[in-house]
Design a protein around this ligand. Structure first.
Ligand code: SF4
Ligand code: SF4
Length: 411
């Protein structure tokens, strides 16, 4: 594992940080045993930065991390968690939330404390309610050690926030496709010049840059004499920037954890060759042309009062366009969102109330995009779903009849 230094404090942090928003699940909830095993395995391999938040896993991320950090693991890591501005109505809420977090995480201090997902309005609201005094007091009391903020807005606002307080660090969304989005490269450099450590979230754009990438992108990667997976190309691109301190990955699969740990062992800054960079530039351009919606799957827009699974619909819409020969995204859309197997959660249910748009850190025009999804993915769905549902009903009925006779006609 490689480590990079926090400029203002000298803390040595693993270049790979564990994002605690995508733990493995089982039967609809966190698979606690597997999560704890994964977290401890990562710590044993040198990961020492864990990023959680009250909102992750609907409140279950922090307590699960606390369980994983029992048996002596707490002392080996730095915990990062966040103040949710949407839960703050007055100054006292900040103290109440922090006290609850300390209790939930079973610790007497938070190593890295962030104001969560700032944009202009949320920042101004928190300042008005006295957040800077709160941070000063919590730091003086030893309840938090380093202060930072995570960010999803424009470069101008980012610079204003960087300049407004003596932060030790910040957290930005940064990856191949977001070089010029939100804070972007300009923001990364600005923060580093001000001696802030920079933690990077969404390095793989919610998984879109890893695994099964579009054929056109895969072909570009295969031209390289150095064989690397799409995830490795994308992660190395982020780590190549010397201004980056920690790259967070929301890991939940043992093979991916081991792959990330392996890459993190050799991803030195400025280690990509000019040929590597030229190849990545071509992959970036191709991705940019194919991706329909810049949704990261963060889920901040949920729940939708009309029942739309917003990130789910966008993920399958993107997959449908990224892999044009593959029919499965359309079938999955009908199966998962069309009401065949579950309650309907398709784009066509959107009533354009606008609630989700206000919460989206990517500032996506969600209702308009959902109209596009509906037009592209839902043709014939109104006919196909009842027909398939009828087929399923017949299959179930036949199986019940078979089972009745196999028991000799007893119920
Ligand atoms: S605009 Fe549509 S998708 Fe968004 S919250 Fe309202 S009904 Fe749901
Ligand atoms: S639409 Fe926006 S808020 Fe919703 S999951 Fe996608 S990026 Fe996140």
């Amino acid at each position: 594992m490689l480590y990079r230094t926090v400029p203002k404090t000298g803390d040595s942090l693993s270049v790979l940080g564990f994002g605690c928003m995508r733990y493995p699940s089982k039967n609809g909830s966190i698979d606690e045993e597997r999560t704890i095993r994964q977290i401890r395995h990562a710590i044993d391999a040198g990961v020492n930065y864990f990023d959680t938040a009250p909102v992750y896993h609907l409140g279950k991320s922090e307590p699960t991390l606390a369980k994983a950090l029992q048996d002596g693991y707490r002392d080996k890591v730095k915990i990062a968690t966040k103040l949710p501005h949407w839960s703050v109505r007055e100054r006292a809420d900040m103290d109440r939330i922090l006290a609850k977090q300390l209790a939930t995480l079973q610790t007497d201090h938070i190593d890295y404390y962030l104001l969560h997902s700032l944009a202009k309005e949320s920042w101004e609201k928190l300042v008005r309610l006295g957040v800077l005094e709160f941070l000063d007091a919590a730091k003086a009391a030893g309840k938090i050690r380093n202060v930072g903020f995570s960010f999803h807005s424009n470069l101008e606002t980012f610079k204003q926030i960087v300049d407004a307080y003596n932060w030790q660090f910040c957290q930005i969304q940064y990856n191949l496709l977001d070089e010029h989005n939100q804070a972007g490269t300009a923001g990364l450099r600005y923060a580093a010049e001000k001696k802030l450590a920079v933690m990077v979230m969404e390095p793989l754009r919610g998984g879109s840059l890893a695994g099964h990438v579009p054929e056109a992108v895969q072909k570009i990667y295969e031209e390289s004499p150095v064989k690397r997976s799409p995830a490795e190309w994308a992660l190395r691109w982020v780590w190549d920037h010397p201004e980056v301190t920690v790259v967070l990955s929301g890991m939940n699969n043992e093979a991916h954890i081991d792959e990330n740990i392996r890459i993190a062992g050799s991803a030195l800054p400025l280690s990509l060759s000019p040929d590597d960079r030229a190849l990545i530039d071509r992959a970036k351009a191709t991705f940019g042309q194919l991706m329909k919606v810049g949704c990261t799957g963060c889920g901040y827009c949920m729940p939708c009062p009309a029942g739309v699974d917003i990130p789910g619909c966008f993920a399958l819409y993107n997959a449908h366009h990224l892999f044009p020969k593959d029919k499965s995204p359309r079938f999955q859309y009908i199966g998962h969102h069309g009401g065949l197997l579950n309650k309907p959660s398709n784009a066509g249910l959107c009533r354009a109330c606008g609630k989700c748009e206000k919460a989206c850190p990517q500032h996506l025009p969600i209702p308009r995009l959902l109209k596009e999804v509906k037009g592209d993915m839902e043709g014939m769905m109104g006919i196909i779903v009842p027909v398939l549902r009828g087929g399923l009903w017949c299959m179930n009925a036949a199986s019940r009849v078979r089972s009745y006779f196999s028991r000799g006609g007893t119920p």
